[in-house]
Write a protein that binds this ligand. Sequence first.
Ligand code: WQD
Length: 338
Amino acid sequence: MHTILVTGGLGFIGSETVIALINNGYEPVIVDNLSNSKEAVLDRIETITGKRVPFIKLDVCDEEPLRKVFAQYKIDAVIHFAGLKAVGESVEKPLLYYQNNLMSSLTLLKVMKEFDVRNIVFSSSATVYGVPERVPLTESDPVTHATNPYGETKVMIEHILMDTQAAWKELNVALLRYFNPIGAHPSGLLGEDPNGIPNNLMPYISQVAIGKRDHLRIWGDTYPTPDGTGIRDYIHVVDLAEGHVATLKKLDKNPGLVIYNLGTGKGTSVLEMVHAFEEATGVKVPYKIYPPRAGDVAENYANCDKASEELGWKAKYNVVDACRDAFNFQKKNPDGIK
Ligand code: WQD
């Protein structure tokens, strides 16, 4: 397995994974429609790795341009990140999310079949578990309905991949259920660079820390948790990227269908994240308590024993490391990647 097509490869997790692929001797090829990423990321990948990665601007829903990429490169595996991923936006624009996320995946699988490309790693999400009945979550916990259309697209694409693998036995499918990706590349050249006001906790805290936002709004402190704030499993994006490389090695053994939680196995509350950030950076993060955010669950963190046993992969970094790297990126890119 050598040439890896990375859809959405200029995004936050995609670009970090491209670096991990290069560091592990693979040849990545990036396709991205730049709807939520910047072409300048390609230069930064080159600065970090010394490699100019082939990049083709396209929308994975567009069959012809995608077919040309498969014809030009002998692709051995696909890592499929491309997709819309804003929970709130998906509630306002469900059809956009179903159309984009499902059609891109269906088109990708159609072209993979045509070119007999037999390995796919899918960027799924802990959100497929919906409201957890218990934590920590294992891969055998029920996947019924997510709490939003974005999460529902992940549930549906998991089903599309499972059914496709059941019919096309030579296809190897890995479903990777990420928990909460945070942090940045240690160089500060790559990191989470959302458009507009960040929905997610870490980029918002980072922007407060550089004075771009006045204070952090903590969405609720009356949850049934030790300090009343929401608990999540925050995983450093570099650990997450390495998890994809470990998964490719697993697919090389033709396992058929595999499913892994990628997290740290540890729950951290919002207030604990604020304290971790202050410890990592020495910067005070002012905050105010606001009513709970619609759709939020109290606790959501992973049991990652399966990935550890079957992939030999474990997260190495903790939330203080991730806060340090996120702040370093934010300081160096106060207005995002240009
Ligand atoms: C984390 C905690 C908030 C912002 C979502 C998606 C998930 C994945 C990661 C794509 C919660 C609290 C947050 C803020 C806050 N995305 N918070 N103030 O909602 O766990 O997961 O992003 O795959 O699929 O569902 O992440 O960072 O938004 O929230 O208090 O300004 O921080 O209430 O407890 P979430 P988050």
